[in-house]
Design a protein around this ligand. Structure first.
Ligand SMILES: [Zn+2]
Ligand SMILES: [Zn+2]
Length: 271
């Protein structure tokens, strides 16, 4: 337990450090090259700077909010299950997390990458972090692809892909050290991987939310619930219980206040 706890903590801070680093590399290395190569006008260039910064602020802001929002169960519940560790009564949808060592309000799951539990209070930031991550990876991925194919002397698409996958092969073949091209190639592969990962997770968690299920419940009900209904009849209430009453601000500004209202409701019946 001790080793994993330290590993998770270090990993979390590496992710926090890498987020602005990647943004700065994109702005300092890729951006000037693309602007010069495609003779981008000043309006389009300025628009790209605004959109990139918007994406970065939303990714970084939501990530920071996931980490620093207090998700624990507050004292004062008179009903519920008594937690021997926290010495308080917790609501039925709250769970005690062994890693965080505290009871979490409407606990969804423990996020291994950000070393925090996802519960009622930070559920919004978590899903929006994944959403903005997927959008920014798609956005930057397109320009990274242009940047990389130019680096590969404008090879054809397939050949470029083969050369992009080159480092994967090199991992198993003895060679002295990775060159600059390989470093950018790994960077691009991570870019594609992160897009797939964040888009898939965002889709999965958002589907749980509109069905009014926490991750725990969705795992339990998976085996009993027949059919793949997309949304529950309470989908609007469920979205507001995660994104708050001012959800339209929450989507575009991670630090916007958006009071949470209600709790998960689900009309799904276990078959
Ligand atoms: Zn507890
Ligand atoms: Zn936890």
């Amino acid at each position: 337990m001790g080793f994993w706890l330290t590993f998770e903590k270090v990993q979390c801070w590496v992710i926090v450090f890498l987020t602005p680093t990647v943004f700065l590399v994109e702005m300092a290395v890729v951006r000037p090259d693309i602007v010069a190569r495609y003779s981008m006008g000043s309006f389009k260039h300025a628009l790209h700077i605004v959109l990139s910064t918007f994406s970065f602020v939303n990714v970084a802001g939501n990530m920071i909010m996931v980490i620093f929002t207090d998700t624990s169960v507050k004292r004062g519940n008179t009903q519920g299950i008594y937690c021997e560790v926290c010495k308080l009564k917790r609501p039925p949808d709250a769970w005690h997390c062994k890693t965080c060592d505290i009871c979490i309000e409407r606990r969804d799951h423990h996020c291994f990458f950000l070393h925090r539990c996802i519960g009622r209070q930070n559920h919004r930031y978590y899903i929006l972090y994944l959403f903005h991550m997927a959008v920014s990876m798609l956005y930057s991925g397109y320009y990274n692809y242009l940047y990389l194919s130019a680096m590969f002397d404008n090879y054809g698409f397939l050949l470029a892909i083969c050369r992009m996958l080159n480092p994967m092969v090199r991992m198993f073949v003895k060679h002295d050290c990775l060159g600059l091209q390989d470093t950018y190639t790994i960077f691009f592969l991570a870019n594609v991987g992160l897009f797939v990962w964040s888009a898939a997770l965002c889709h999965y968690h958002l589907r749980n939310v509109i069905r009014g299920l926490t991750w725990h419940e969705s795992m339990k009900k998976k085996f009993f619930y027949k059919g793949s209904r997309l949304a529950d009849e309470y989908w609007k209430e469920n979205l507001i219980s995660v994104f708050g009453t001012r959800w339209y601000w929450a989507i575009i500004w991670p630090f916007a206040k958006s009071p949470l209202q209600g709790n998960f409701k689900s009309s799904l019946k276990i078959a």
